[in-house]
Structures are given as C-alpha cells and as structure tokens.
Design a binder for this molecule. Structure first.
Ligand code: ZN
Length: 429
C-alpha cells in the first residue's frame, strides 16, 4: 500500500469463495461471494451489477480506479455495506439472492442491487468527493460534519433510482422502494426533534448509539437526507437540470479538493437551479418543519396517499411478534396511546382485559377493538406486575402509499424523464 490510509482502506477476507468477473467502463470488476446457498445465480448477479456499474461510470465519464472488488459476505440475516476506494464489503442474507430458477427481481434481490448501487456510488460521493472534516483522517477521535445529508442522503436516494435507471426494475418496483424510504423517515416523530444538520453532526453520539427512544428523538440523515435529495432532484428537473448534474459539478469542483463545511454545497446546487434556494435549505436542513414532498411528487404524476402502518385501531407501540409467551414492547411511539398509558420498551404485556396475550396474537387482539376502547393491561416490568389502561386511538396515518397517478401531458413528460432508462452501452463480458 502507498500509505497507512490506503492500507486500512483495503479489507481482507480469507475464506473459500466463488468469483465472477466483468468489465465495466474498461475496468476489471470482481465479485467474490462467501458462504452462498447452492444454485445461487452468480452469472445473473454479476451481469445485473455490471449494468449498475456501467451506468454509474457513464454518469461520471469514467471510472476513478484501475480495478474494483465486491466482497459479498453472505449470512443468515445480516445487511450492510461499507465503501472503500477500490472495493466494497457487503453483508447480505444468502437466501435473498436469486437461484438459477428464479424469475424477475424479487423485493429482496432489489435490496441487494440497491446496496451495490449505493456503495458503488460512494466511489465518487464520499470516497473522492470528501467532506473537509474527513481530510487527513483524524483516526484517534470522531470527525464531525454537517454534510452527511449530501454523502449519505444523496446516495440513499440515488441507489434505488440508479437500479431503475440501469433498467433492472420497472417504475412500480422503483416507487415501492421510494415509498419505503419515505415511510422509514416518518415512522416516528424524531424528525420533529432534530434537524438534518444536527443529525449529521451528532452522528457519533446519537445515530451510531441509538437507544430505545431513538425513533422519537432523532432523524436519520439517510432517510430524511434521501427525501431532501428527491425534492432537490425533482425541483432541478423542473428547471432542466437534475441531481446528477449537481453531482457532476461536485465531482468537477471537489473530486480532488475536499468539500468545506458551510454553504459551498448550497451555492453549487443554487447554480444548477438558477435561483436562490435559501428558504428551502433553511427549512430542509436547519428546521424540523415538515417537507411537502407530496406536492412535488404530484407534479411528476405520483400520488402520495396517507395510510397506517397497520390497519385497525392504534396502540402506538410495536411488540416482538415472535414471542409466544408475552407481548414484549420493542418501540413506544411518542404522543400515541402506548406512551400515554405509560408503557416502556421491554415491558412484557401478559394480558388484555384478563385474557392472556403474546407477541404472536397481539395484532389480532388489538384488531378486535375499536378506536376509543379502553383496554386493561397486565404487564411485567423487570419482574414486577403492573396494571394500566390503554385507550386505543384511530389508526395513525403517518405512512404513505406512492402510486402512479396519470396526469396531463406535461406531468407525464416530467415523470417519463425522471424515471427514464439510461442509454446503456453494452456491457463487455
Ligand atoms: Zn452509504
């Protein structure tokens, strides 16, 4: 390695593996899989990922490395990825990769493709376009930046979009993935407690160290960042530009020179937009106001219909659905019935109105009531029996369903342009 920074940026794994190779942008790519199930369709996976790589390389007019390695560690249920300058280390459930007889792109396989697109996009956005706060790698202490909404937010929005752009999924599959991203950001009320810039700046102490109350207390720079990226992309497209134009400008201006904290990125986006975005940035990055993503999506022929996470009356808690002895509370949502009743995470609800309940039948039992009903609960909290009253509320419509809502020709043209496929150069095999 050239230096210590390069050395620690190259992950090493020693194991039996299966390898596939492809060339994209004239550069050799290798995919290495460990612990796969039999009959996994490695050829198909390599060919699909090659299209993603080719698409991203085209967007930036060339690959910034001489060769690239996907290290895919397959396990039972893990999920994650870490970006490096010439490689990425992924963890993914082995059962979610397609078998040789599989047809179409399953929701699970779509997640794998998005994960690959995400880490690969980091080759530009964070590994080479770097926040100045990361320059020089202060390894003995956390590095703080307010810009993770750019590095993770933009990347989280564009990962699904790139899988669509590469032609691997259709519009319906894309909208389902976008819906999931938007819904994750709005599940709790953390977005009303922390701004996006704060979420980024306090990543080390808040986001990386989440406690049971995180859903009520913090917002994710991944998901809210992705929503801001989506809104910017749509606004830019209405003005003849796009978020990818911004990425290319960023690459040109800051591919070598680190991106400073402060307004530099906002100025760069405003230049692509052709107008001041001060009001939007103040609201999206430095306030906890709601963002009108639905209004923007409507102009692109997509309706955003409010819905509940689950139908029926709302108890305002989540329980461990696999526990067949008690309904163990895993999340308590602020300002909803469970919180009002004083329920806490790890409480084990053992009876509703005198009848035993567990995680496996909790949802059925709640569904047998109506909003406004008062339920008498018996709970074990750290081994002590408590009783409380849970008053069910109407269903909580904090989630949304995204649907194609055909509009006039201008709307249809905008949507078609937003979700268009790349003019794909054939992948060399
Ligand atoms: Zn990332």
């Amino acid at each position: 390695a050239a230096d210590y920074e390069s050395l620690i940026d190259h992950p090493v794994e020693i194991a039996d593996f299966i390898e596939r190779q492809f060339t994209a942008g004239g550069v050799l790519h290798r995919m290495v899989f460990t612990n796969p199930l039999p009959e996994t369709d490695f050829d198909r996976i390599a060919s699909d990922v090659a299209r993603i790589c080719e698409t991203e390389i085209d967007l930036f007019d060339g690959a910034p490395f001489d060769e690239y390695l996907f290290l895919v560690a397959l396990d039972e249920s893990g999920f994650g990825g870490l970006e490096h300058r010439d490689s990425t280390a992924l963890i993914f459930p082995r059962g979610h990769l397609p078998s040789v007889t599989a047809v179409g792109v399953s929701k699970e396989y779509q997640r794998f493709l998005s994960l690959c697109a995400h880490e690969y996009f980091h080759n530009w956005n964070v590994k080479r376009i770097r926040p100045a706060a990361f320059a020089g790698l202060p390894l003995d202490r956390p590095a703080h930046t307010r810009l993770l909404w750019v590095f993770e937010g933009f990347t989280s929005y564009l990962d699904d979009w790139l899988v669509r752009h590469a032609g691997l999924i259709d519009e319906t599959q894309y909208l389902a993935a976008l819906e999931e991203t938007i819904n994750r950001a709005m599940r709790g009320k953390g977005w009303s407690r922390q701004t996006l810039e704060e979420s980024s700046f306090y990543a080390w102490t808040r986001f990386y160290q989440q406690d049971a109350n995180a859903v009520n207390a913090i917002v994710s720079y991944y998901t809210r960042g992705a929503i801001v990226a989506l809104m910017l992309d749509l606004m830019l497209r209405e003005r003849g530009s796009s978020l990818l134009d911004v990425m290319r400008r960023l690459w040109e201006a800051h591919g070598a020179e680190p991106l400073p904290e402060g307004e530099r990125i906002e100025t760069l986006i405003e230049a692509a937009m052709g107008e001041s975005m001060r009001g939007f940035f103040d609201r999206a990055l430095r306030s906890t106001d709601t963002l009108d993503v639905g209004g923007l999506l409507a102009r692109f022929g997509v309706s955003m219909v409010p819905r509940a996470e689950q139908g029926g009356p709302d108890a305002g808690v989540r329980v461990d659905l696999r526990d067949d002895r008690a309904a163990r509370v895993t999340l308590v949502f602020e300002d909803r019935p469970g919180a009002t009743a004083g329920l806490a995470v790890d409480d084990r609800v053992i009876a509703i109105d005198g009848f035993a309940v567990s995680g496996t039948n909790w949802a059925d039992r709640i569904a047998r009531h109506r909003a406004g009903d008062s339920l008498h609960l018996h709970i074990f909290r750290q081994g002590r029996l408590l009783e409380t009253t849970l008053r069910l509320a109407p269903e909580c419509l904090n989630q949304h369903r995204l649907e194609h809502a055909p509009g006039d020709s201008a709307i249809e043209a905008r949507r078609a342009q937003w979700l268009a496929l790349a003019e794909q150069a054939p992948v060399e095999r």
